[in-house]
Design a protein around this ligand. Structure first.
Ligand SMILES: [Zn+2]
Length: 275
């Protein structure tokens, strides 16, 4: 958390409100948050934001000056947020980077993160390509059916671990992996390589449906997630199994949702998702 739908919500709001804006100043309050390229920070002052995209659970700002383009990659990690304004002064403490902007609809963009799992990278084009190739597998929203099928067939491990493995499929974390597997009727511990094609197809379709629906609802506000404009994601109300151990299965099968205490807590229905 934030996962793909939240990162996509963030990127969408940034595109709508600050694409084309010029960076007047960038202030870094915690130097260790910038993991690479801190020495190039000065270059970004005066650059224009010319593109904003999501990669996995990260947001990438392309910044251009004359013919040159560099990138600011922000990992949202477990708790990272981009905010146009701080909801209250208490947020100041963990606001690590502030971009002062002109020419867009917002005067400022703040990167806030109370835990230090999220980081910022300042990269040139080769740096971005290398970073992307190393960190991000295929995107679940754009991967073709055959490529996805081959990926699942080739994986001998557990299905849920595959869905969450960022170097294989980038963007799905624990919340959406649980929701996708429940809706596809698949136990989280099924072995990926043993699934039949028709089953993989069902998983592929459900994965894309769940993520698209979650983006449509602005993501899920679990823990502290709020969008850059301060609003909460509405998809949490539509969760069927995540964090619902002990509650009746929404299918009406009569069983209760169970929690498997593996390292990331799997929530599933023992009747609807058989091993
Ligand atoms: Zn059930």
């Amino acid at each position: 958390m934030p996962e793909l739908p939240e990162a996509e919500t963030v990127a969408g709001q940034l595109r709508a409100r600050i694409l084309g804006a010029r960076i007047k100043d960038c202030q870094v309050n915690r130097l260790d948050i910038v993991r690479r390229g801190l020495e190039t920070l000065e270059w970004y002052r005066g650059a224009r934001i010319t593109d904003i995209v999501r990669r996995g659970k990260s947001v990438v700002l392309a910044c251009s000056r004359e013919a040159d383009t560099r990138y600011l990659v922000a990992e949202l990690g477990m708790t990272g947020l981009f905010l146009f304004r701080l909801p209250d002064p208490g947020y100041r403490k963990h606001t690590h980077v502030v971009l002062a902007l002109e020419g867009g609809q917002e005067p400022e963009l703040c990167y806030w993160n109370p835990r230090r799992f999220g980081r910022i990278y300042l990269l040139d084009r080769p740096g971005l390509d290398e970073f992307t190739a190393r960190r991000f597998g295929c995107d679940p929203l754009s991967v073709g059916w055959e490529a996805f099928r081959d990926l699942v067939r080739a994986r001998r491990g557990r299905l849920k671990a595959l869905l969450m493995h960022q170097q294989a499929i980038a963007g799905i974390g624990n919340i959406y992996a649980n929701e996708i597997l429940y809706r596809a009727g698949l136990h989280p511990y099924r072995t990926a390589s043993r699934l039949r094609d028709a089953t993989i197809r069902r998983l592929y379709d459900v994965m894309r449906e769940v993520l698209a629906e979650a983006i449509h609802h602005g993501g899920s506000s679990v823990r502290d997630f709020i969008a850059p404009d301060g609003t909460k994601g509405r998809y949490r109300k539509r969760h069927l199994v995540y964090d619902k151990a002990g509650q009746p299965c929404p299918s009406g099968c009569g069983k209760a949702i169970k929690r498997l205490a593996d390292e990331r807590s799997s929530f599933y229905c023992p009747a609807c998702q058989r091993r």
